[in-house]
Ligand binder design. Structure first.
Ligand SMILES: [Zn+2]
Ligand SMILES: [Zn+2]
Length: 391
C-alpha cells in the first residue's frame, strides 16, 4: 500500500534581510527562510543572517539546505559564520589537546546541503580553511554550472575541508535550466539562470500534488457490501481507484496541485526562468530602484521613470514596474518585492513616512500586475496557502 503523502502542514517564508547593496538600521542584507513544515531552507545568506535568525522564530538547528542565488557579497557574506554556528564550529585548541573536529568523520552522508553557482564551493572551502574553522558536522556544496563554466573541478586548488563531503555535484544545464536539482516525495526544486551583472540563479520550489478532500461516507456502503477492508480508504485518499470484489470501481478524490514558490536573486531580466516559473502561488522579485518624485528626496534633478529604469538595468537590477510586469507575465498569484535600496527605510510598520514610500513602490508594481503585492520588510513572515483549497 502506498505511503500517504499529505504535503506540508504549512509553507511559510520569513524575510531575514531585504536590503540591496548596503544594509541600513532597518534592513539587513539578503536572506530568507523557507519553512516547510518544520524544516528550514535558506535562500541567500547575506552578512549577519545568523543574527537575524536569533531575532525571530526561525530555528538555526533546523536549517537543512541553503540555496545561493549569486556570489555577490550582499547575498553570501553571512554563509561562513552561519555554517560555523550551524555545524558547531570552532577555532581549535592551543594547549595540544586533540580536537576531534580536526579529523574527517568516516561518514559524511548526513550533511547540510548548499546549492549555488560556480565559486560557491571554493568560497566556502577557502573561507573555512583560511579562518582555521573546525566543524563538528559535514556539509556539501552542489554547484549549478552554466554552459560557459568548466564542467568539473572545484574551482580551487585547496584540498577539501575535513567536513566537506566529496559528494558535491556539478549540475549542468539541460535546455537552459537546472531541472530537479533536489526532490523527495513532497517537494522538488528546479532552477534557471536570470540576468544580472554576474551569474545569478532563480529557484522554483514546487510541492507535489496533495490529496483532495475525502468524504469517507461516500465509500463506506460499497466497502461494507463487498466486505472490503476499510484500509483501502488510504488508497482512495491518495486519489487512486480501487476495484471491489463485485467489479465496482471506486475513485478517490482528484489530487490538488501543491504550492509553488519562485524566489529570484538580483536581476534586470529573469526571462530565462519564465517557463518553469509559470503560475506560482508566490513570486519574490527584487525592486532595487524606484522613481518616486515628490516622495523620494534623493530623486535626482532631471530624473524620469525611463532614466531610473535604465540606471537600474545598467546595474543589473529592476524597478517595481519591471517586477510587476514579470509577475504578470508568469501569472503569479502574489508578488513580494525585496532587495530595496538603502534609501527606502524598512520600518514601514511603525513609520508613516516609510509606509508612504513602500505603499508607493507597491503601487508602481501594481501598474503592471493586478494580483496581491507586498513590499517585504525584515522579519516579515508570509504563509503560503493552497490556490485550490480542499472543498
Ligand atoms: Zn544584491
Ligand atoms: Zn547582485
Amino acid at each position: 500500500m502506498s505511503v500517504i503523502r499529505k504535503g506540508f502542514s504549512s509553507v511559510n517564508i520569513t524575510f531575514l534581510g531585504t536590503a540591496s547593496a548596503q544594509p541600513s538600521s532597518t534592513r539587513n542584507h539578503s536572506a530568507l527562510a523557507l519553512r516547510l513544515s518544520g524544516d528550514v531552507w535558506l535562500i541567500d545568506c547575506g552578512e549577519a543572517t545568523q543574527h537575524q535568525i536569533q531575532r525571530c522564530g526561525v530555528k538555526m538547528g533546523k536549517i537543512e539546505k541553503i540555496f545561493i542565488t549569486h556570489t555577490h557579497g550582499d547575498h553570501i557574506f553571512g554563509l561562513l559564520p552561519l555554517l560555523a554556528s550551524r555545524l558547531n564550529g570552532a577555532g581549535g585548541t592551543a594547549d595540544g589537546v586533540d580536537d576531534p573536529r580536526v579529523h574527517a568523520p568516516k561518514n559524511l552522508d548526513s550533511v547540510l546541503e548548499i546549492y549555488g553557482p560556480l565559486g560557491t564551493r571554493a568560497y566556502v572551502r577557502n573561507g573555512l580553511t583560511y579562518s582555521h574553522t573546525l566543524l563538528a558536522a559535514p556539509y556539501v556544496v552542489h554547484e549549478l554550472r552554466s554552459p560557459s563554466d568548466p564542467v568539473d573541478g572545484d574551482h580551487t586548488s585547496l584540498p577539501r575541508h575535513p567536513m566537506e563531503s566529496p559528494n558535491g555535484h556539478n549540475i549542468l544545464q539541460i535546455n537552459g535550466i537546472w531541472n530537479n536539482i533536489y526532490h523527495d516525495d513532497v517537494v522538488s526544486v528546479a532552477a534557471a539562470p536570470i540576468l544580472h551583472s554576474v551569474p545569478c540563479i532563480g529557484y522554483v520550489i514546487t510541492e507535489a500534488p496533495v490529496p483532495g478532500k475525502m468524504d469517507p461516507h461516500k465509500y463506506i456502503p460499497d466497502l461494507k457490501r463487498t466486505k472490503t477492508p476499510m484500509s483501502v480508504m488510504s488508497c482512495l485518499q491518495q486519489g487512486e481507484s480501487v476495484e471491489l470484489s463485485d467489479g465496482t470501481v471506486l475513485h478517490g478524490p482528484a489530487r490538488r496541485p501543491g504550492r509553488k514558490l519562485v524566489v529570484l536573486g538580483d536581476t534586470h531580466d529573469p526571462s530565462p526562468i519564465a517557463e518553469i516559473a509559470a503560475s506560482p502561488d508566490l513570486l519574490v522579485h527584487e525592486a532595487t530602484n524606484a522613481y518616486l518624485p515628490g516622495l523620494d528626496e534623493n530623486t535626482k534633478i532631471g530624473d524620469t521613470f525611463e532614466i531610473v529604469e535604465a540606471r537600474a538595468k545598467s546595474r543589473g537590477h529592476s524597478t517595481p514596474q519591471m517586477a510587476g510586469a514579470f509577475a504578470n507575465r508568469i501569472g503569479a498569484r502574489k508578488l513580494v518585492l525585496n532587495h530595496f535600496s538603502a534609501r527606502y527605510a524598512g520600518n514601514d510598520d511603525v513609520s508613516e513616512e516609510a509606509k508612504t514610500i513602500m505603499t508607493a513602490i507597491a503601487g508602481l508594481a501594481g501598474k503592471e500586475f493586478k494580483g496581491d503585492i507586498v513590499c517585504a520588510r525584515d522579519f516579515m513572515s508570509i504563509d503560503i496557502d493552497f490556490q485550490y483549497p480542499a472543498k
